[in-house]
Design a protein around this ligand. Structure first.
Ligand SMILES: *[C@@H]1O[C@H](CO)[C@@H](O)[C@H](O)[C@H]1NC(C)=O
Ligand SMILES: *[C@@H]1O[C@H](CO)[C@@H](O)[C@H](O)[C@H]1NC(C)=O
Ligand SMILES: *[C@@H]1O[C@H](CO)[C@@H](O)[C@H](O)[C@H]1NC(C)=O
Ligand SMILES: *[C@@H]1O[C@H](CO)[C@@H](O)[C@H](O)[C@H]1NC(C)=O
Ligand SMILES: *[C@@H]1O[C@H](CO)[C@@H](O)[C@H](O)[C@H]1NC(C)=O
Ligand SMILES: *[C@@H]1O[C@H](CO)[C@@H](O)[C@H](O)[C@H]1NC(C)=O
Ligand SMILES: *[C@@H]1O[C@H](CO)[C@@H](O)[C@H](O)[C@H]1NC(C)=O
Ligand SMILES: *[C@@H]1O[C@H](CO)[C@@H](O)[C@H](O)[C@H]1NC(C)=O
Ligand SMILES: *[C@@H]1O[C@H](CO)[C@@H](O)[C@H](O)[C@H]1NC(C)=O
Ligand SMILES: *[C@@H]1O[C@H](CO)[C@@H](O)[C@H](O)[C@H]1NC(C)=O
Ligand SMILES: *[C@@H]1O[C@H](CO)[C@@H](O)[C@H](O)[C@H]1NC(C)=O
Ligand SMILES: *[C@@H]1O[C@H](CO)[C@@H](O)[C@H](O)[C@H]1NC(C)=O
Length: 602
């Protein structure tokens, strides 16, 4: 052991400082200003409807970041109702305050602004954002997120000539407000009528105002970043006469596989490599819905055009049909073939596989059954027979200020069995900090469900048909399961994931299918670390919005768990609340002081 003040301490001190400087030097700040409004004239499918745009754009602008960048997005809500954005797959490390769902944030009121501040901490990959409340997603407001690798990382494929974002999703003839009010009153689900690609209708359809064109040059290779931004339908993606190589999903590099077509379920993202190796011409890009009867001539299939630079030939021939949309075996086999590349680096240079599930000990099991039920006369979606009831006060605020009291009761509902009666309730499940959690998601619907966990990537260890049983665990892939944030659950089947709960916070676990989510198929997972050290979990942001129990006029009580107590809010004109400044600079000061101390000891 080295004595205090020795060179060893100085060296480690220098390393600490260096790491700090490198972190500062390599993470950029990205400032964005978003004006969110309604456009009545876009009419992507000729229908009169309200489309939610950001800075006039539909889809919204790209967030083009690099690992560890800090993003500051000032959102002005020009809609006539409250608004929140969530960042699908962005982990918000130690920072569920920025997650932008009803359980973490008070909504941004019409005519006002709020700034999200968060870091793309230790992530790479393809993601998207969307408006999370009030059924807004069915009206647009979504857009692409790319997190590029830092230059020090070697990426497991050659640099493409260009990258394209393809936001694909189902779309309704009517406005999101109409569908929402039907769900609120009439009680019947509504089926979408279209599949849009980057906000545009299908090529060669009289009702499409325009269609999407992806431009390529013969001989070059491209990266397509595909996300399913829809509300209900999984789709099968393919490009006429071209194959693709699957390389990434939601921040994980996968073992590269060559595909004719790729299934993308609601809320999922993938990147694929496509080489323009055909003769100069135009080719169809097709997204056809699964579990739906669709024909070439109807509007349910999304069609765009892959245009070769020197092509004079329009896309022709029949629209290429992928696998039978009801062929679930195709989908299950493809899902099982998507494996994690254990040897490549991703956000960090060390191989992805160094953190793996091969020998983990599960500390807790969640068994969650999605279903429907009639509650108080209306039909609702449920998880373990509990339909989520959204409280006026975000759970995260209630947790911070009053240990949840008056807003939710932790673990009021079972995490592993269905409630005997269908009820509505504020379902908040506890999870031990830094434990391994197994979550089994069961689907009794005839449709494909899709589940997402905020704050984490989970390891998808198994898919199955029929009833899940403890013996099903013997079929799990514990060698190279892919790590991602959204997993499909096949009709009358189950999916199982493992999560390492190392990100304290209040995290939404939900169906990505918008009608299911809107009607109650969600819960929150509270991952709790009693250590109040802000290095463990971030304190509320300076601009925290108050609502529900915590009105701007009445100062919130002292946080129940995290000293020091915050000062009172700004005053009645602002609904922001100002906690003490956080300690990034404090850490730097302390580190420097320690170094001086060592130097002084020499
Ligand atoms: C995104 O950022 C990367 C890295 O800074 C840059 O090389 C690229 O040109 C940017 N792309 C777009 C579309 O802005
Ligand atoms: C959607 O609108 C188009 C154009 O108005 C119409 O042809 C089509 O029948 C509508 N589809 C549904 C399901 O209402
Ligand atoms: C589109 O419009 C043209 C001209 O009005 C018509 O001949 C054609 O049948 C229409 N196609 C479809 C798919 O409705
Ligand atoms: C492809 O080129 C056309 C014509 O220049 C342009 O309108 C279109 O926006 C381009 N597509 C993309 C995805 O950039
Ligand atoms: C496209 O045509 C132009 C003009 O004829 C030519 O310069 C270019 O090389 C062609 N590009 C390809 C990829 O063939
Ligand atoms: C996994 O990544 C490594 C390292 O980048 C690469 O050499 C290898 O080809 C990849 N494996 C597969 C199956 O894609
Ligand atoms: C999983 O991690 C352990 C220890 O961290 C390592 O020894 C093992 O090789 C890893 N497994 C794989 C499949 O990479
Ligand atoms: C995992 O556990 C198995 C059986 O207990 C053991 O044989 C193996 O060495 C372990 N592997 C690692 C990487 O710890
Ligand atoms: C907070 O609530 C939990 C139960 O939900 C309880 O176990 C805990 O003791 C409470 N903590 C405080 C500080 O009141
Ligand atoms: C369900 O969870 C409860 C409470 O954590 C536990 O006591 C019980 O053993 C679990 N049951 C099953 C079947 O896992
Ligand atoms: C859910 O509740 C309903 C009654 O509301 C009951 O009939 C049904 O059996 C319950 N489901 C389960 C799985 O317990
Ligand atoms: C039905 O509504 C009443 C009044 O809003 C509420 O008290 C009750 O808990 C609800 N029932 C269920 C099963 O949620």
């Amino acid at each position: 052991m080295a004595a205090p003040g020795s060179h060893l301490e100085l060296v480690s001190c220098a390393i600490v400082l260096l790491t700090l400087f490198v972190t500062i030097a390599t993470s950029a700040d990205i400032f964005l200003d978003w004006h969110v409004s309604i456009d009545f004239n876009l009419k992507p499918v000729s229908a009169d409807q309200q489309v939610i745009t950001i800075n006039g754009l539909f889809p919204g602008p790209l967030i083009n970041a690099t690992t560890n960048d800090n993003v500051h997005i000032n959102v002005f809500n020009g809609l006539d109702e409250p608004l929140l954005f969530t960042w699908n797959g962005i982990q918000q490390r130690l920072n569920s305050w920025q997650d932008g769902v009803s359980g973490t944030n008070c909504p941004i009121q019409p005519g006002s602004s709020w700034t999200y501040d968060f870091q793309m901490k230790d992530q790479i990959g393809t993601f998207f954002y969307f408006p999370s409340i009030n059924f807004h997603k069915a009206g647009g407001g979504f857009g692409p997120i790319r997190i590029n690798n830092r230059p020090v990382i070697s990426v497991p494929f050659p640099k493409p000539a260009a990258e394209y974002d393809l936001l694909i999703g189902d779309w309704y003839n009517s406005s999101y407000k109409d569908i929402r009010s039907r769900l609120d009153t009439v009680d019947d689900g509504i089926s979408p009528s279209w599949m849009l690609i980057n906000g545009k209708g299908p090529y060669m359809n009289n009702f499409s105002k325009s269609y999407e064109t992806i431009n390529v040059t013969q001989g070059k290779t491209y990266l397509l970043r595909i996300s399913n931004v829809g509300t209900a339908w999984s789709f099968n993606f393919k490009i006429q006469n071209h194959q693709m190589v699957l390389v990434e999903t939601e921040g994980s590099y996968v073992n590269q596989i060559q595909l004719d077509s790729l299934d993308v379920h609601v809320g999922q993202s993938y990147s694929v490599i496509v080489t323009a190796n055909q003769i100069d011409a135009d080719y169809y890009i097709v997204a056809s819905p699964k579990m739906i009867v669709s024909t070439n001539s109807n509007t349910l299939i999304g069609v765009a055009v892959l245009h070769y630079e020197n092509s004079t030939t329009p896309a022709n021939g029949p629209i290429p049909i992928g696998p039978d949309p009801f062929d679930l075996q195709f989908s299950i086999n493809q899902a099982k073939s998507i494996r994690w590349n254990l040897t490549t680096g991703a956000a960090r240079p060390n191989p992805q596989g160094t953190f793996n599930v091969t020998n983990v000990t599960i500390s807790e099991n969640f068994i969650l059954q999605a279903s429907t039920g009639t509650i108080n006369g209306s039909s609702r979606y449920t998880v373990n027979n509990v339909s989520y009831l959204t409280p006026d006060t975000p759970l995260k605020l209630a947790d911070y200020f009053s240990n949840g009291s008056g807003v939710f009761e932790l673990d009021a509902y079972s995490k592993n069995t269905s409630n005997v009666n269908a009820v509505s309730g504020v379902f908040v499940a506890s999870a031990l900090d830094k434990g391994w959690l197994e979550i089994v998601l069961k689907n009794e619907f005839e449709t494909i469900d899709s589940w997402h966990l905020d704050g984490y990537n989970f390891f998808v260890v198994g898919y199955g048909e029929g009833e899940w049983r403890p013996e099903s665990r013997f079929t799990y892939n514990l060698f190279d399961p892919v790590s991602r944030s959204t997993v499909q659950v096949f009709p009358r089947g189950w999916s199982a994931v493992y999560v390492y709960t190392d990100n304290p916070g209040m995290w939404n676990l939900r169906s990505q299918n918008l009608q299911n989510w809107y009607l109650g198929e969600e819960l929150y997972v509270r991952v709790y670390d009693p250590d109040p050290n802000p290095a463990k979990e971030n304190p509320p942001p300076d601009n925290l919005l108050l609502c529900g129990k915590y009105q701007p006029s009445a100062p919130p009580p002292s946080p129940s768990l995290s000293p020091p107590p915050p000062p009172p809010p700004n005053g009645p004109s602002s609904n922001a609340y100002n906690p003490p400044r956080t300690s990034r600079s404090l850490i730097a000061v302390i580190t420097t002081a320690i170094c001086y101390l060592f130097i002084g000891l020499l």
